[in-house]
Write a protein that binds this ligand. Sequence first.
Ligand SMILES: Cc1cc2nc3c(=O)[nH]c(=O)nc-3n(C[C@H](O)[C@H](O)[C@H](O)COP(=O)(O)OP(=O)(O)OC[C@H]3O[C@@H](n4cnc5c(N)ncnc54)[C@H](O)[C@@H]3O)c2cc1C
Length: 317
Amino acid sequence: MSILAVMEQRGGVWNRVSFETLAAARQFAQELDTTAGAAVLGHSIGSLAEELASQRLEKVYAVEHALLQDYTADGYTLALRQLMELAKPSIVLFPHTYQVGDFLPKLAASLGKAVVSNAISHRVDHGQLVLTRQLFQGKVNVDARFAGDAPHFASLQAGAYRADQPGPEGAPHASSAVENFAPCISPGDIRTRPLELFRQSRQSLDLGAADMIVSLGRGIKEAGNIAPIEKLAEALGAELGASRPVCDAGWLPDERQVGSSGQTVAPKMYMAIGISGAIQHLMGMKASRTVVAINKDPDAPIFEVVPALLEALQGSR
Ligand SMILES: Cc1cc2nc3c(=O)[nH]c(=O)nc-3n(C[C@H](O)[C@H](O)[C@H](O)COP(=O)(O)OP(=O)(O)OC[C@H]3O[C@@H](n4cnc5c(N)ncnc54)[C@H](O)[C@@H]3O)c2cc1C
């Protein structure tokens, strides 16, 4: 196997961004003419591994250990190092989550490797994978290629790949074999003691499921201007979203915030009214199929989405 997606779960519940990573792994494998597999770590994860087995992969690794019940950087690093020896993947992909940000640098450094973190796209150049990531708040894109021996590590930005991408047509592995792997971890290896998780306030609204979103930003100037936009959203049958300053100001509840510290959305149409398109906002909505931006500044970064959209549309013809 050559491309391995490491999925994230907590308490038996998937972090949905993992499925974007899985879709990317399949896509990379197809373009690099190799195979894709997935791994899930934890305790009593049989049903999660079975779920992965139906995802058209060559192999699924269920990395099981009682000491992986709760996440720790030490436990995950040890387990994944051992999995690398067993699976020998060439490229290992992770969703770019807080948890991955916690252990992936340690894992890579322990193997003397670098990580391409928070990649937003890729291309294949002369049979070699090139990953693009952003610097300076999204102002500069850089291309990164792996050097040296495998395994190579990368994490992918939320929204960079669509989880609903179909697998490669005619993939031979409609259902893959699950291999159970019990890493050697002893209690003395774990130097931290997980405490109860910080729980965010209950989020009742799932903007991720919305087909259309009308989102408003600081450009609307004051809360009094929300009413006509609300009417527009209602007429379109769209959900109302917002940039962070709007929620911070209490103009709309936090659950409507779109972005890296809000919800990740992928509607068919995303209308951004008075939103500049800071990187943290783009991270939450750039998987939208069509973006309509209403902004008096023609150079607002939100318009950067338009050329990308055009390119994607032209490419799909
Ligand atoms: C750790 C961290 C996490 C963050 N997480 C998020 C997040 O999840 N989501 C998020 O949105 N932000 C997030 N932010 C904040 C982010 O960096 C930006 O500050 C924020 O997205 C800007 O919001 P905005 O576009 O509404 O406001 P501004 O950047 O102030 O943009 C306002 C826009 O309105 C336009 N405008 C002004 N007047 C008019 C008019 N009359 N008609 C039309 N257009 C007009 C302007 O041209 C401008 O483009 C985060 C920041 C940090 C540091």
